[in-house]
Design a protein around this ligand. Structure first.
Ligand code: ZN
Ligand code: ZN
Ligand code: FE
Length: 776
């Protein structure tokens, strides 16, 4: 018997792969694999991933599938792989076909990727044709999300469309063996974008050859430089120059909020900061985020005191584009690299817009002619309980989807909350979470918010069938939701926080959520923020909260922790006591102000009730004498965390009240009293106990409270969420103590615990709700 008679007939296999498979060298990888295995067929990019057809003997096809899974390019991520067996056709050879534009656009748009080692080596190789070329990239690195105009991801649909490739680049682009095969932003000095240095009036001072050198000289002389990068402008100064840093603060109207730094190398970072193995890997990762690192010393020669006043951390990143590599190589020392905007507005992306908006801040503009399609800020990551926590999700992470355990039956758009705005769009089991937008306080940021919503709808060619929003009637995001839909679906803020944490940890069923933040609108119309919720069957039950107190002046209290402190005191002491006793030590109030605020509190005039743990942090920071007014949101709470002297289990005590069962409730409800805590803080302050010890006892009290609630309710799964869990000590201690009790603890990793994660939670809360109505 001959071989040809025993071997089965060849088969044609169609393989549809969805996932992060475009712009990562996936097609060349398949090309090489198929050619090596001598398979006939083709591959093409589609709107939802790639489609491959090959034909061979069945066992060869099985091997091909296994090798795809095993040997796929490092940046690729296969979410699903479907194969269909079809009749064979008369084919020879393997080819890469033009992209098809048909079908639904559920492809994963890739985030921007930091310069890879190969490109970096070329950048500083004087014999290479891309020596010192600031737009060097390949299929393994470079801009993606910030240059894509529409899908599928191909050069004519990117902001590189106006740069026709020279013959050399064209050759690389079409050579399957080349690292730049189908690298959409491929460019070189002959054909690609160029740098220029402008003065504040937009006149060119130097061209491509001299721009980096001139910009560096200006930095050395103390100038403020606006640098157009990947996802927008940075404002840059010499980090060591006190004058320049102070001038930047004045002009940017940013009084004390820490500035991010860019260091020339990880070795230079290590000289100033403690860098763990995990932190080192993060700094050098393709995402290249800002990492919050512990300083080695309170002051360092390379970093001015004014970069991060009274802050034991520095926000540090490494160069992530060739522009930054060239600038930092030339400058040789760390620079301040903060968002190119005025206070909390969105980051500027266009050089002419930048002249307008940053003209009063920057002295010089280092710009280029590759358009940025959409703004993407730098991401911020902090190591928490042994793993990374993204506290600002933008470059490197957005717009990768979060994978849910359950699919949405309809396309849902979530508009998020108000501060740290981000939106989200569902697509089956995927949720695309947008890049960080900012606080919806200004006209510009509100416009950016509506632009991102339009952009996401356009990019994914998706018409939302349902809109979800916060319950707060006054949030601009809620108001906008009402313009999109007659009946947007409101999700309570703290339930959305819990659902967000459940979503990224792929949880459903019964979970106890500890949802602690600054402020959020409650179902009873008061301001919540110290909530224990039980999630079950698509809804939640509030099982515990802090004893409410009044915020004199509402939003003013957020800027003035002393007002919150007064609200706490007014709850537990009679008015006479304020005349005879000085609660604050050196009184932080003006003459007669206490009387006025007490009246507001007593009459309930512009003094809403709150149960917020974030505000309790503020109040305690003020009573401990640490901070009575703040310059940015969350400053007092952060400083209380920073002041903490670790090394003891001593704690104040919250009193958990008598359980009560509400009508129709499944669980008991408890009120948690903070009075003992506040009295103990006053006593300790009076006794002269160190602020660091007061801070420790307060943090430990919160941890003990979570542990106590876990005991009372005996729910094994516990989710820690809300802005308060950006606090490292609080999160790590809570995780430790709860694990010791045998609980399964979940917290945030890829999506922020703060309001940047709300949109994801809004979508997941809606999905859980729909599932429970379908099942019942
Ligand atoms: Zn590269
Ligand atoms: Zn070229
Ligand atoms: Fe919140």
């Amino acid at each position: 018997m001959s071989d040809s008679r025993t071997s089965p007939a060849p088969q044609r296999l169609r393989i549809v792969i969805r996932g992060a498979v475009q712009g990562v060298g996936f097609r060349p990888f398949i090309y090489r694999l198929a050619t090596q295995m001598q398979l006939a067929g083709w591959i093409t990019n589609t709107g939802s991933g790639v489609c491959i057809e090959v034909q061979a003997q069945p066992e060869t096809l099985t091997e091909f599938l296994m090798r795809i899974e095993r040997e796929q390019p490092p940046r690729a991520s296969i979410q699903s792989l479907e194969s269909t067996i079809l009749d064979p056709l008369d084919w020879s050879g393997f080819e890469i076909r033009e992209s098809s534009e048909e079908g639904p656009k559920s492809v994963l748009v890739l985030p921007d990727i930091a310069t890879c080692p190969d490109c970096l080596a070329e950048l500083f190789d004087s014999s290479n044709r891309r020596f010192c070329y600031p737009f060097t990239n390949c299929t393994n690195c470079g801009p993606r999300f910030t240059i894509i105009e529409s899908l599928p991801y191909d050069r004519p649909r990117t902001s590189m469309k106006d740069f026709p490739m020279c013959p050399d680049c064209e050759g690389e682009y079409h050579d399957p063996a080349d690292r730049r095969f189908h690298a959409q932003p491929n460019a070189c000095p002959a054909c690609g974008p160029h740098l220029e240095l402008w003065d504040a009036g937009g006149s060119s001072l130097s061209g491509p050859d001299q721009a980096i050198l001139q910009a560096t000289r200006a930095l050395q002389a103390g100038a403020i430089l606006a640098v157009k990068g990947i996802g927008g402008f940075h404002l840059v100064v010499d980090a060591a120059a006190d004058d320049a840093v102070r001038r930047l603060r004045e002009r940017k109207h940013r009084e004390e909020k820490p500035f991010a730094l860019m260091y020339p190398s990880v070795e230079a970072v290590r000289a100033d900061c403690a860098v763990s193995q995990l932190e080192g890997r993060l700094l050098m990762s393709p995402e290249s985020p800002i990492v919050l690192l512990n300083r080695r010393n309170a002051s360092t020669a390379s970093v001015s005191e004014d970069v991060a006043p009274r802050n034991p951390y520095l926000g540090v990143m490494l160069p992530y584009s060739p522009i930054h590599h060239l600038l930092l190589r030339e400058f040789g020392r760390p620079i301040v690299a903060t968002s190119g905007n005025l206070s909390d507005e969105p980051i500027a992306i266009d050089e002419h817009e930048a002249l307008q908006r940053l003209g009063s801040i920057a002295d010089l503009f280092l710009v280029h002619d590759r358009p940025i399609v959409r703004h993407v800020d730098d991401s911020v990551v902090r190591i928490m309980a042994g793993r990374e926590m993204v506290v600002r999700r933008a470059r490197g992470f957005a717009p990768l989807p979060v994978h849910l355990p359950h699919a949405a039956t309809r396309t849902v758009l979530a508009v998020g909350a108000h501060l740290k705005s981000a939106i989200a769009l569902s697509n089956g089991k995927n949720v695309f979470v947008s890049q960080h937008i900012g606080d919806l306080e200004t006209k510009d940021s509100y416009e950016a918010f509506t632009r991102v919503i339009r952009d996401f709808g356009g990019l994914y060619e998706s018409e939302p069938q349902e809109i979800v929003c916060d319950m707060h009637p006054e949030y601009l995001s809620t108001k906008f939701a009402h313009t999109l839909s007659k009946r947007p679906f409101p999700v309570q803020h703290h339930w959305a926080h819990v659902a967000s944490c459940m979503a990224e940890n792929e949880l459903d069923g019964e979970v106890m959520g500890v949802s602690w933040d600054g402020t959020g609108f409650g179902t009873d119309g008061t301001i919540w923020g110290g909530e224990f919720l039980v999630a079950k069957g698509g809804s939640f039950e509030r099982i515990g909260t802090l004893r409410p107190f009044r915020l004199a002046g509402a939003d003013r209290a957020i800027k003035e922790p002393r007002r919150t402190a007064l609200g706490l005191l007014a709850e537990i002491f009679p008015p006479e006591e304020f005349r005879s006793r000085d609660f604050f030590g050196a009184a932080p109030f003006a003459q007669g102000q206490v009387e006025l605020l007490l009246q507001m509190i007593e009459k309930g005039l512009n003094a809403p009730w709150t149960s917020s743990v974030g505000r309790l942090f503020d109040g305690v920071a003020s009573l401990a004498g640490l901070r009575h007014t703040v310059r940015y949101e969350g400053q007092a709470a952060m400083e209380l965390e920073f002041a903490l002297q670790a090394g003891g289990d001593d704690a104040y005590e919250f009193i958990v009240g008598r359980p009560e069962r509400a009508a129709g409730g499944i669980h008991d409800f408890v009120l948690i009293d903070w009075e003992q805590v506040v009295r103990a803080v006053l006593d300790d302050r009076h006794k002269g106990v160190a602020t660091g010890v007061i801070a420790r006892r307060f943090h430990n009290a919160l941890v003990a409270l979570i542990a106590r609630m876990a005991e009372i309710y005996d729910i094994p799964k516990i989710a820690l969420t809300g802005g308060c869990f950006q606090n490292r000590y609080l999160t790590e201690r809570a995780v430790e103590v709860l694990r010791a009790k045998g609980c399964q603890v979940y917290w945030h990793q890829r999506v922020p615990p703060n309001d940047g994660g709300i949109a994801l939670g809004q979508i997941y809360a809606r999905i859980l709700e729909q599932r429970s109505t379908e099942q019942s």
